[in-house]
Design a protein around this ligand. Structure first.
Ligand code: ADP
Ligand code: LRH
Length: 491
């Protein structure tokens, strides 16, 4: 069949990009045509997204794709859980908040008084993250905007609404809200009613891979592409990234490594056992009815926020390449901390927080940017080790290899540490797995012969290089990680 060329819009919490993705029967090509930086905007104690700015960047990028060739479709994925509220007249009510805003402090405990954690997990299968949409909404109860809200639109759905005029909720992202029944694949209206949320604002659900509609006239005129369809993709960036994992027949775990690290397995159905709940694993819905059984690990956010802090202090040589080169030569596993400590969630002076965690844990305190960088990477690898092993045990699976995708797959030191920590090979790349997953799902909706995820992944393997990291051999290496794990467990 004819190759298709689509715009894959992939919005991360630290950067957004618009790619031209060309998909043929034996070819798959990604071209980055627009990239912009993204981040929370602090105002009056709140942390917001500049959503109109993001919309404008999306339009700029899509126009660039249209200017440089044919444009057959547009698909948008972004980070999960955050949303805008839309009023009766269709206008956005207020500015969407970032999940790193502290307005949800104490809210999970209030919800727990009405619905126990066990009941909640049994319906939604989600990790208890304070920023899940359900908690953000509860924090808004009684506010003028929630009272006036007619629809809740998750961020990629909101941007899709502005492109097409069609409101809806794409399933992979809906599954991150805490209001979605992971077994039935529908909103849990009963849950919403029990905690007093206005359940009528939850829009109709749609599957990834359906055509939402053509762009509205104003968008068509701006990008110069009348009638081009917007296609719903795995609109949760992690769902698209997992589509983009170039796995074959092997028993694999994945780490979608960006601002967050999402560490887990692809399964056919959810694991809702008490053990999975106690281990705080999430069951998010993937493309083609799969389940993403994973743990949110704090991720490279801790490093990027540290770099930002050092840059603000005008410290010399604190660029990422210099820090990583230094960290590669620093002593291994000297200091490990609990990288998932909730104090690392909000923006701020990350290096001081890392030092504080080390002090509390009785670990040597890292003093220099390089030492702190090494502590972050060792601690991330340790968290990957713990959670890949936990996922495998909880799901009754083996793991022979770990695929790392996303920006973090370019961090050689972290990939090697991950292989060493787990004692299995790491396959790193593609760095833009989410954009590939986005483009492939669009291509299929437009008629490409990609019947299932296996076919999509085979095409990625054929067209993209993957780098292999072998684990360090020898019992001394694994004994070091065992000892570090015991130290971390005492934290
Ligand atoms: P998101 O989509 O969440 O914004 P990305 O997938 O773009 O995140 O990953 C961003 C992270 O990837 C950065 O914080 C950085 O740590 C890492 N990264 C990106 N490029 C490189 C590189 N060339 N070398 C090392 N790390 C990199
Ligand atoms: C990664 C991600 C992750 C969510 C978080 C809010 O970008 O979507 O899967 O938990 O952002």
């Amino acid at each position: 069949s004819e190759p298709v060329r689509v715009a894959a819009v992939d919005l991360g919490a630290t950067s957004g990009r618009v790619m031209a993705c060309r998909v043929g029967s034996r070819t798959l090509h990604l071209e980055e045509l627009h990239r912009f930086s993204n981040g929370g905007v602090p105002v009056r104690g709140g942390l917001f997204w500049d959503v109109l700015g993001i919309h404008r960047e999306v339009l700029t990028g899509v126009r660039e794709v249209a200017r440089t060739g044919r444009l057959h479709g547009i698909g948008i994925d972004s980070w999960a859980v955050d949303y805008g509220l839309v009023g009766r007249d269709g206008w956005l009510l207020g500015n969407p908040r970032s999940h790193r805003d502290s307005r949800t402090d104490g809210v999970p405990a209030r919800v727990r008084e009405v619905v126990s954690d066990a009941e909640l997990y049994d319906v939604t299968g989600l990790q208890q993250l304070p920023f899940n949409t359900i908690y953000q909404l509860v924090s808004e109860l009684g506010t003028p905007s929630l009272e006036a809200a007619e629809q809740l639109l998750l961020l990629p759905d909101l941007l899709t609404y502005w492109l097409t005029g069609e409101a809806g909720a794409e399933r992979t992202n809906a599954s991150t809200t805490g209001l979605y029944d992971v077994r039935t694949g529908e909103w849990s209206l009963e849950l919403a009613k029990r905690i007093g949320l206005p359940w009528g604002i939850l829009p109709p659900l749609r599957d990834p891979g359906t055509v939402v509609g053509p762009v509205v006239d104003e968008v068509a005129a701006y990008v110069g592409a009348p009638g081009v369809p917007v296609i719903s993709v795995g609109s949760h960036d992690t769902a698209s990234a997992v589509v983009g994992v170039p796995a074959g027949e092997e028993s694999f775990a994945y780490i979608s490594s960006g601002t967050w690290s999402l560490v887990g397995l692809e399964l056919d159905g959810p694991v809702l056992s008490a053990e999975a709940r106690e281990a705080d694993f999430t069951n998010e819905t993937g493309v083609d009815g799969t389940i993403r059984f994973l743990k949110n690990v704090m991720g490279l956010w801790v490093l990027s926020e540290s770099v930002r802090t050092w840059a603000d202090k005008r410290l010399a040589d604190v660029t990422l390449p210099a820090l990583l080169a230094g960290a590669a030569d620093a002593p291994a596993l000297r200091t490990v901390v609990d990288i998932n400590d909730p104090r690392l969630l909000t923006p701020g002076d990350m290096p001081s927080r890392i030092q504080e965690l080390a002090r509390e844990a009785g670990e040597p305190i890292p003093r220099t940017p390089v030492a702190i960088t090494r502590t972050i990477l060792d601690s991330l690898a340790l968290a990957y080790r713990r959670n890949v092993r936990l996922a495998a045990t909880l799901a009754g699976r083996d793991v022979d290899v770990v695929h790392v995708v996303g920006g973090g797959s370019q961090n050689d030191l972290l990939c090697q540490l991950t292989a060493d920590a787990l004692g299995v090979p790491v396959l790193a790349g593609p760095g833009e797995a989410a954009a590939l997953g986005n483009g492939l799902v669009q291509a299929r909706a437009l008629g490409a012969d990609l019947p299932d995820l296996a076919a999509m992944r085979a095409l990625i393997r054929r067209t993209h290089d993957v780098r292999r990291f072998e684990p360090a051999s020898g019992s001394a290496a694994s004994a070091d990680w065992d000892a570090a794990e015991r130290r971390a467990a005492k934290v």
